[in-house]
Design a protein around this ligand. Structure first.
Ligand code: 5GP
Length: 120
């Protein structure tokens, strides 16, 4: 698997505001936040898209959610609530091909994400 932008963050080749790390995952603030709190939880293993998640990755992907919930609790927004999103490919709006769980919090989120205005 080729190196991605997020591999470079994992390897400290480019800087990021890292808020959590363990053997399997890393969490860091998004460079272009879309909410008062917006960070990404990523696996250290490179998996390009949700389509590439294998049976063997079940625990790893579950781990990303456990980290999100742990950070939500420690950062104090678990009870107010938050949004988790993992975008996939073009229609999902994915731009970095190393799966990442967006965690957005700090204000009520809008729904649905699809807008007729975007229809082509
Ligand atoms: P996607 O569009 O693939 O779901 O999300 C990619 C996210 O990565 C975007 O929210 C974008 O702002 C964030 N991002 C892109 N490049 C960097 C970077 O160099 N550092 C950080 N911290 N976030 C980045």
């Amino acid at each position: 698997m080729s190196e991605t932008l997020f591999t470079k963050i994992i390897n400290r080749e480019i800087p990021a505001d890292i808020i959590y790390e363990d053997d399997l995952s890393l969490a860091f603030n998004d460079i272009n936040p879309q909410a008062p709190v917006h960070f990404l939880v990523i696996p250290k293993k490179t998996i390009a898209t949700v389509n590439d998640i294998a049976e063997a990755d079940r625990e790893l992907v579950g781990h990303l959610y456990l980290v999100a919930a742990k950070l939500a609790k420690s950062m104090g927004f678990s009870e107010d609530g938050f949004r988790t999103v993992m975008n996939c490919n073009e229609h999902g709006g994915q731009t970095v091909f190393h799966i990442h769980l967006h965690v957005l919090a700090g204000k009520p989120m809008g729904w649905p994400p699809y807008s007729e205005k975007l229809k082509v």
